[in-house]
Design a protein. Structure first.
Lengths: 199, 569
């Protein structure tokens, strides 16, 4: 059967809110995931400290240089991602792509710095496994997965922008990707304070 | 040939402009049509129900002879625990959830007048991820995996396989992620795909209950996923300390099967009954908004992610938990009262779906009542100011109910009520889904069989709870301190008969589906709108064409097909 483009059905009208609403619920699910793990972390930490023990083993030193670099990288990425939204709303695909690409690079930087930080901290080498190490690895590992998912979303958004799917008439995909990215920055801010600063 | 088929064939010009549908295996594996995905969920959900009831039967056999040797000779308490825990995980994730998702995936886009589900490829991906995940989980549990071992023993001393255990954890995580993805597609469909004129307060009750249920799942299941991931990370370490220790894994995740969280999987019962009963009575539902509030209240009161005894051992005595357990019966009672009022004012036609809807509501009401009883000890203890020995004795006796099989009775009533409601929905919407009415008498028989099974199985757990049979029946100390071992064993025989009835009921439903639908023996007359349904899904052909509606509908009431002027053609 030969199918021509004109044989295909007319696409239903795109509802602008759909990607945004789905992104909202996806972000809510991710926030609840991290809220659950943080809840366990803080509860267990309080329990250990109330018994007079130290939560992070004494021989383990958590450096703050890399987390500090990560938080600055992520804070800058907020402006870069907003630049993408600003550009796409003005049909400036070139700058939108540039901004999305820069955010992707920043995501890669976060991954590298996080991996380096974990290898330097060496949570279990000196003291053996601890519940603190388990929970920190779970939190940071989950965050790395969330960043990778964010980078995949950015990559897809970039390709779709390149293909002309997004423009001033249809910005929802880029806005949804940016919302997800902002939520990642928010989560790292909590990790930075609750895990690395407060220890 | 049905009236609807005639309509379809006479409209060849329109069908030519619809998307090309593939048949056979390519159509099954490659489908993104929400109707096909819904049917696949329902088929596998019923299959999973049969598996979980068979496992339930095996556990019940073992519980008949609690003092003596193992009847089935499971080989170890670990194997008994694997069967017990798989009966729970499969009942929830392999039966109740897919049945709800199946009906919702099929019906909700139709009820909200949408041409498709939002993100159809994500919905299809969610289904296949769920199916693969649950299949891997079942296989790994049978391969000496599972979610831990019951007693504090040396890791893998009882023949557990570490790779299979790890795969069990990861596969059930995959199932949860799939359910979350399916939930996002459904809730997005409801919020963004509604037709002109349909506000959230005009949503059909089933769609409203799906909105509430998926919302609660999105807010709670990720927390459960977090528990799993913590256990997995610890398990992967060289020496699991706490979370990944095999004797702790189940304790961390068991809150999903406990009150109040278990009621999050019962929310759609209200929606299904809220569709069927007014239609059967040929009446509009009075106080519609209050019915919606009732469903919303059940959703709020079922948010149970905070009630994790592993991390908060005293949660059973805390005010929020106790309060939620006490008042959760109220929205169910009010909702059921509203439905009975509608039924009494109408001219009800007895049908399988009506009987199933009524008994599912009744079962849920019993579940929430037992939940209130379950927390009544701490509740009375909190207000105990009377210096009375007998009152203190009663309170202590009620407090001791926590940790007994009464918790199992709550779970069984809530989940089996969900199965009853799903089967009610299947009989109600079968003309829409398949273009064929399923056999009414078989439906009644199946419903009564499952209800009888629930009365015996759930009832025996309730009574044995008063006799102090421990909830963790797989533990060697579960029967220490029971009041009368002979009585407990006798009552467990009744529970065993109940599990046979459960298997019989689900088998009858599957058999009816095969005979009526697959073999085409069912009634195809007047399949378009045989019950004079009130909601939008009945405004299109049965089964609906690709794209669902020829024209986007415009509605002006929550019952557009019932109310005069409720819908613009």
């Amino acid at each position: 059967m030969n199918l021509r483009t004109t044989d295909l059905p007319v696409a239903p009208p795109v509802r602008g809110r759909t990607p945004l609403v789905a992104a909202g619920f996806g972000i809510a699910a991710m926030l609840m995931y991290f809220a659950g793990i943080f809840g366990v972390y803080l509860k267990e930490r309080a329990q250990v400290r109330s018994e007079g023990s130290s939560w992070i083993p004494d021989k383990v030193t958590i450096e703050l240089t890399q987390p500090g670099m990560v938080i600055w990288t992520l804070l800058i990425s907020i402006f870069v991602m907003q630049w993408a939204v600003y550009s796409i709303k003005r049909d400036d695909r070139q700058h939108a792509l540039l901004a999305i690409g820069t955010t992707l690079v920043m995501g890669a930087m976060v991954l590298v710095q996080t991996a380096w930080h974990l290898s330097q901290t060496n949570l279990i080498a000196d003291e053996g496994p601890t519940t603190a190490a388990t929970l920190i690895y779970t939190i940071v590992g989950s965050y790395v997965v969330a960043i990778v998912i964010g980078m995949i979303i950015l990559l897809l958004t970039g390709f779709r922008t390149l293909a002309g799917q997004y423009g001033s008439q249809q910005t929802d995909g880029v806005v949804a990707a940016s919302l997800y990215w902002y939520s990642l920055v928010f989560i790292y801010f909590i990790i930075w304070i609750a895990v690395f600063i407060a220890k | 040939m049905t009236e609807n088929q005639t309509e379809t064939e006479s409209n060849t010009d329109e069908s030519a402009s619809r998307p090309l549908e593939l048949g056979g295996l390519a159509g099954t594996f490659g489908t993104t049509d929400h109707k096909n995905i819904g049917k696949l969920y329902i088929f596998f959900g019923l299959t999973g129900g049969l598996l979980s009831f068979v496992l339930h039967f095996l556990v019940r056999i073992e519980r008949v002879n609690i003092g003596g040797t193992s009847i089935l000779d499971f080989g170890s308490s670990n194997q008994f625990f694997q069967t017990w825990s798989l009966s729970r995980t499969s009942l929830l994730f392999f039966c109740v959830v897919p049945l709800i998702l199946g009906l919702a995936t099929y019906v909700v886009p139709l009820q909200v007048g949408a041409p498709s589900i939002a993100f159809p490829r994500a919905a299809a991906g969610a289904f296949w991820a769920w199916l693969i995940g649950i299949a891997i989980h079942v296989v790994t549990v049978f391969s000496d995996g599972g979610l831990g071992v019951p007693e504090p023993v040396t890791q893998f001393a009882q023949g557990m396989d570490p790779e299979a255990t790890e795969l069990s954890i990861l596969s059930i995580a995959m199932v949860v992620i799939a359910i979350l993805l399916a939930s996002v597609t459904l809730i997005t469909t409801i919020i963004t795909q509604r037709p002109q004129g349909m506000t959230l307060f005009d949503l059909p009750l089933f769609s409203w209950s799906t909105l509430v249920a998926t919302g609660i799942w999105i807010l709670t299941l990720p927390i459960w996923l977090g528990n799993l991931m913590i256990a997995w990370v610890d398990f992967k370490g060289d020496d699991a300390l706490r979370y990944g220790n095999v004797s702790n894994i189940w304790d961390q995740v068991s809150w999903l099967w406990s009150q109040p969280m278990i009621f999050a999987f019962a929310i759609p019962i209200l929606g299904i009954a809220g569709e069927i009963i007014p239609v059967s009575a040929n009446q509009t539902q009075r106080q519609y908004v209050f019915q919606q509030i009732g469903i919303g209240a059940l959703g709020v009161l079922s948010f149970g992610a905070f009630a994790q005894p592993f991390f908060n051992a005293d949660v059973g005595n805390q005010a929020v938990y106790v309060g939620m357990g006490l008042i959760i019966v109220l929205p169910v009672l009010a909702f059921f009262g509203g439905l009975l009022d509608t039924l009494a004012k109408g001219t009800p036609k007895i049908s399988a779906q009506l009987i199933l809807a009524l008994i599912s509501m009744l079962s849920l009401l019993v579940a929430t009542s037992i939940s209130a009883l379950h927390v009544s000890g701490p509740a009375l203890g909190a207000i105990q100011e009377i210096d009375s020995d007998w009152l203190g004795g009663i309170i202590n006796w009620l407090k001791d109910l926590q940790g007994t099989v009464i918790a199992t009775a709550v779970m069984e009533h809530a989940l089996i009520a969900s199965i009853l409601a799903s089967i009610a929905g299947l009989y109600y919407w079968s003309p829409k889904i398949f273009g064929i009415k399923m056999n009414n008498n078989v439906g009644i028989l199946a419903g009564l069989s499952i209800f009888g099974g629930l009365l015996l199985s759930g009832g025996s757990n309730l009574i044995n709870g008063f006799l102090d049979e421990g909830e963790s029946v797989y533990l060697s100390n579960a029967y220490e301190g029971v009041w009368n071992q002979g009585a407990v064993e006798f009552i467990n025989v009744l529970g065993l008969i109940g599990s046979i009835l459960l298997i019989g009921g689900i088998s009858l439903t599957i058999l009816d589906l095969i005979i009526s639908v697959t073999l085409g023996k069912g009634d195809t007359e007047n399949a378009g709108n045989p019950w004079n349904g009130h909601t939008l899904e009945w405004a299109t052909q049965s089964p609906p064409p690709s794209g669902n509606f020829d024209e986007p509908p415009i509605v002006h009431s929550e019952r557009p097909l019932f109310t005069s002027g409720g819908m613009e053609q």
